[in-house]
Design a protein around this ligand. Structure first.
Ligand SMILES: NC(=O)c1ccc[n+]([C@@H]2O[C@H](COP(=O)([O-])OP(=O)(O)OC[C@H]3O[C@@H](n4cnc5c(N)ncnc54)[C@H](O)[C@@H]3O)[C@@H](O)[C@H]2O)c1
Length: 264
């Protein structure tokens, strides 16, 4: 057993680094917005800004897809949407189950963004017998007794865990034993999974703690620069002074191109 990690090498078998894979959804979101506005082509700089990524990094990422754009024209928006969707496996339908239909599970079930991205909620599962059969987001909640048959009947490979932390490992084990090979875990606990099972963990409180760290650092920098003599903050020739305000104006945080969903 290994602990809650995404069991993949840093580079995928087809040669696309994990860091590039993690940025593909950011490009796809920006490209989908352009596509909805019927924008036919986009330059690497425009797309990089829209995705919140450095443009050199974007060009390198797209080279892994074999997409180089046309000089003076840029990238074909529709083709890139197709290429990235195909690379992410989004050109096929992915049935998912959500386990734990409390506040969070119900909110996730009601989120329209899954279906529009090719993720069909096949079932909502909860251990509370009082919830069985009650409709949430148009689906009747199913009891955990049915978990294994639901996974098999719907050929589910992706499970979302939104149970209390104390139940998450047991739910994870049952999902994996039934054939689930990818887990999105919202419970604040580290899951143990066998080789070949991918776990991604979403924890908004960790994101807030990271922001609090940077807020504290910014406050410290502001105090320091207010105390320093003017000469001490002069840049060397050509060097840009990066103030917190400049960072915000550029639309970047300390990790401007890092998605809020962290690897488990
Ligand atoms: N990742 C995040 O950012 C984030 C944000 C909010 C909440 N959470 C976490 O999500 C989880 C759910 O939070 P909530 O507010 O919806 O809680 P909740 O108490 O409203 O809902 C939990 C649900 O899980 C069900 N459940 C309990 N044991 C189960 C089991 N073994 N199998 C199936 N279902 C089971 C309960 O019946 C209940 O309906 C908690 O672990 C919470 O800490 C995470």
């Amino acid at each position: 057993m290994a602990t809650g990690r995404t069991h993949r090498p840093a580079t995928r078998s087809r040669g696309i680094p994990e860091a590039t894979v993690a940025r593909l959804p950011l490009y796809l979101r920006a490209l989908t917005a352009l596509s909805e506005r019927s924008v036919p082509t986009v330059s690497s700089e425009e797309l990089a800004t829209a995705a919140g990524v450095n443009s050199a990094k974007l060009r390198k990422d797209f080279s892994y897809l074999g997409s180089y754009g046309t000089r003076g024209v840029g990238y074909d928006v529709e083709y890139l949407v197709y290429q990235i969707s195909r690379e992410l496996g989004l050109t096929q339908d992915w049935p998912v189950v959500i386990v734990g239909i409390g506040n969070l599970g119900a909110a996730l079930a009601n989120y329209g963004g899954f279906a529009s991205r090719g993720f069909r909620v096949a079932a909502l599962i909860d251990a509370d017998p009082a919830m069985a059969g009650k409709p949430v987001a148009g689906l009747p909640v199913r009891h955990t007794d049915e978990l294994e048959s639901i996974i098999t009947d719907n050929d589910v490979s992706i499970g979302v865990i939104a149970t209390p932390a104390g139940a998450a490992q047991q739910v994870c084990d049952r999902l994996v034993a039934a054939g689930v090979t990818s887990i999105l875990n919202f419970a604040p606990t580290v899951l143990s999974v066998p080789e070949g099972v991918d776990v991604r963990k979403v924890d908004l409180s960790i994101e807030l703690q990271i922001l609090a760290f940077h807020e504290q650092r910014k406050a410290g920098e502001e105090t320091t620069s207010a105390q320093e003599p003017a000469a001490a903050v002069q840049p060397r020739s050509g060097a840009a002074v990066r103030t917190p305000a400049a960072g915000r104006a550029a639309g970047k945080g300390p990790d401007g191109d890092v998605p809020a969903v962290m690897p488990a």
